[in-house]
Design a protein. Structure first.
Length: 210
C-alpha cells in the first residue's frame, strides 16, 4: 500500500462536521523524498523507497551516505519501502507531501508502541497477585506463583506468562479517519490514537488507492 513516513506530534481534539468533539492525533507527514525505485528486473519486486527527516552527514554511515549521494539527496534518518505506487509515476528525487492524502478518507498507521522496560506479571499480564489469599506464597504480593509441574514433565511449558520486556512492539491501527490536512505545515489530523510516544516515527498507508 502506498503511503508516507511521519512523526507523531501529539494528541488534541477538534469538532467534526456534526459539532461533536472528537480526539485526534497530529502527525507531521513528510515531506518524503524518493531515494530508490525497485523493479522486478533488478530487485525481484516493485516498490518505492522513501526517506524522511534530515540527518547530519557526520552521523551517517558511509554506506548510507553513498546511497543518499547516489539519489542526490541529503542524508535522512529513516527509510521505508512502500508497494502499490503507480508504476513510472515517481522517479528518484521526487518529493511526496501530505497532500498525497487529500483524496483519502481512511488510512492505516503503523508504529511502535511505548516501551516500558522489564515488567512483572502484574503490569505485563494483569495478574492480581497472590499475597496471603492462596497457598505457596505469603509475603510476595506481586509474584507469579507456581510456574511448572513437579517430577513430570519437570520443566516450564513454552508460552507461560512471566515477567519480561514490555512494549516497543510493532502495532498497526486500521481505518483511521482523516479529519484535517494542513499542507503548509505538513500536518495531518487522524481520528483516534496512533501507536508510539511523541516524536516517534509512524508509517501512514493508503489502502484504497495507488
Amino acid at each position: 500500500m502506498p503511503g508516507l513516513i511521519g512523526k507523531k506530534i501529539g494528541m488534541t481534539s477538534m469538532f467534526d462536521e456534526k459539532g461533536n468533539i472528537v480526539p485526534v492525533t497530529v502527525v507531521e507527514a513528510g515531506p518524503c523524498v524518493v531515494t530508490q525505485i525497485k523493479t522486478v528486473d533488478k530487485e525481484g519486486y516493485e516498490s518505492v523507497q522513501l526517506a524522511f527527516d534530515d540527518k547530519k552527514e557526520k552521523n551517517t554511515t558511509k554506506p548510507m551516505l553513498g546511497h543518499f549521494k547516489k539519489a542526490g539527496v541529503t542524508p535522512k534518518r529513516i527509510l521505508k519501502e512502500f508497494k502499490g505506487f503507480i508504476k513510472n509515476r515517481w522517479k528518484v528525487g521526487d518529493i511526496i507531501t501530505v497532500e498525497y492524502f487529500k483524496d483519502d478518507v481512511w488510512v492505516d498507521v503503523t508504529g511502535f508502541s511505548k516501551g516500558k522496560g522489564f515488567q512483572g506479571v502484574v503490569k505485563r499480564h494483569g495478574f492480581g497477585g497472590v499475597g496471603e489469599s492462596t497457598h505457596g506464597q505469603h509475603n510476595r504480593q506481586r509474584h507469579p506463583g507456581s510456574v511448572g509441574a513437579s517430577s513430570f514433565p519437570s520443566r516450564v511449558f513454552k508460552g507461560m506468562r512471566m515477567a519480561g520486556h514490555t512494549g516497543n512492539k510493532k502495532v498497526k491501527v486500521l481505518n483511521l479517519k482523516i479529519m484535517k490536512i494542513i499542507p503548509e505545515h505538513n500536518l495531518i489530523y487522524l481520528k483516534g490514537a496512533v501507536p508510539g510516544s511523541r516524536g516517534s516515527y509512524v508509517f501512514i498507508e493508503s489502502p484504497d488507492r495507488t
